[in-house]
Design a protein around this ligand. Structure first.
Ligand code: BGC
Length: 407
């Protein structure tokens, strides 16, 4: 080894605190906006003297989650891992594979500060807390390119109905009316957004919370399937795969709109676009404004290593801390999981989200009310529906059958 390199290494080892513990952290944040956000988490962890070893898994949550789960069940656990709020890690917790964070939660008053309380409830199994919530993401937004409409000389739509009504003009101008990626979860997300926008909040709750299968099979939901069949035509010209490629079609004004979660904001931000000026965001597709409290939480597999366990607990506490909440969520486009932080730097879209949250117009996320199995079956059906000519009535009947398997 050259002397200069040795000196550099020596200097580094002197500068590093003695207790730096490496933790591999897996997640599926690989788009430009997501990478910028996760870098904030890594930066904070490293600055506090530990070492974040980034374990990004490309391909979205649908690809990443089975890999994460099989590593944990197969004896190759990481130090920490992302899952969505809800039941995705429930079986791992029940199998005794995940670290109990109740002491961290108590020491840091999570019960008093985490808002809405449903986020911490989703981490709680048999009275013990197994995850650190990091954000609130609402999946049901419509993102619009202002320029597409300005070029057509028509006002930017203010809701889904106006979007559909103006789609023929967008189409005739050679643009893609609706950008939609091919990853299976994206068509399911679009359908989920249309459920609340078209059927309304009461019908949504009746089906998804109260599990009323008569409402699921009824007229309100027939309207949702009819709307989804119409939306399917608007997405025909969209051939991209990843969600952020679809967002990019809106950013580059190739497509008029995309139904996507508020993580899309990270992409607009990285591209230097300004909310309200370059693009428009419509929560609840502009028809029923609400925030469904999905998003992300970190879980910590048991490692049988006291030093690593201490670092896992330090990371858990840090993820919920005010500083990290602000730095991370501003980049991620998500809302913080605590109301006592300063988000004055939030852009117009985040402010809309914060207002809805403060007004209490919130719903649980799909992962909180249906098991991963039901979610997966519904996702498969939606992929088939959006990519084929399956009649709306047939998809509706099949969907109700799937929900019934989860009762
Ligand atoms: C996560 C977001 C993420 C999105 C797309 C969602 O499941 O909650 O944090 O940005 O997937 O990767």
């Amino acid at each position: 080894m050259k002397l200069s390199k040795m000196t550099a290494l020596l200097a580094m080892s002197v500068a590093m605190p003695a207790m730096a513990t490496e933790l591999e952290v897996t997640h599926w944040w690989t788009s430009g906006g997501e990478a910028a956000a996760v870098a904030e988490l890594a930066k904070a962890f490293d600055a506090s003297g530990d070492k974040w070893v980034d374990g990004a898994i490309a391909g979205g949550g649908g690809t990443a989650r089975p890999i994460m789960i099989s590593r944990i069940t197969g004896g190759d656990p990481m130090g920490a891992t992302q899952f969505n709020h809800g039941q995705q890690a429930l079986e791992l917790v029940e199998a005794g594979l995940m670290l109990d964070l109740t002491d961290v939660a108590e020491a840091n008053n999570w019960k008093e500060i985490v808002f809405p309380p449903s986020l911490l409830e989703a981490c709680t199994v048999d009275g013990k807390i197994y995850c650190a919530p990091v954000n609130i993401h609402s999946p049901e937004w419509l993102w619009l390119s202002n320029k597409v409409y300005e070029d057509l000389g028509i006002p930017v739509p203010t809701n889904w109905d106006e979007f559909v009504a103006t789609a023929p003009q967008v189409d005739a101008a050679g643009k893609i009316p609706l950008a939609l990626g091919n990853q299976p979860w994206q068509s399911n997300l679009a359908f989920g957004a249309m459920q609340i926008a078209v059927a309304g909040i009461d019908a949504w709750k009746a089906v998804n919370v109260e599990k009323n299968m008569d409402v699921a099979a009824g007229a309100e939901y027939a309207k949702v399937f009819a709307a989804a069949a119409a939306a399917r035509e608007l997405a025909r010209k969209s051939t991209v795969q990843d969600w952020n490629q679809a967002t990019n079609l809106v950013i580059t004004d190739e497509a008029a709109g995309q139904i996507m979660g508020d993580w899309a904001q990270g992409e607009f931000q990285v591209a230097g676009e300004v909310a309200g000026k370059d693009y428009t965001c419509l929560p609840g597709l502009g028809l029923n404004q609400y925030i469904s409290t999905g998003g992300d939480a970190f879980y910590f597999p048991k490692l049988d290593d006291p030093e690593k366990e201490a670092a896992q607990k330090r990371l858990a506490a840090q993820l919920v801390s005010p500083e990290v909440q602000v730095a991370f969520n501003l980049k991620k486009g998500s809302l913080p999981i605590r109301g006592d932080v300063d988000l004055s730097a939030a852009n117009d879209c985040m402010k809309k989200g914060l207002e809805i949250l403060a007004g209490g117009n919130i719903l649980p996320a799909g992962d909180m009310v249906w098991s991963p199995d039901v979610q997966k079956q519904a996702e498969d059906l939606m992929v088939e529906f959006w990519k084929s000519e399956m009649p709306a009535e047939e998809a509706h009947t099949k969907w109700v059958e799937i929900l019934k398997t989860g009762l």
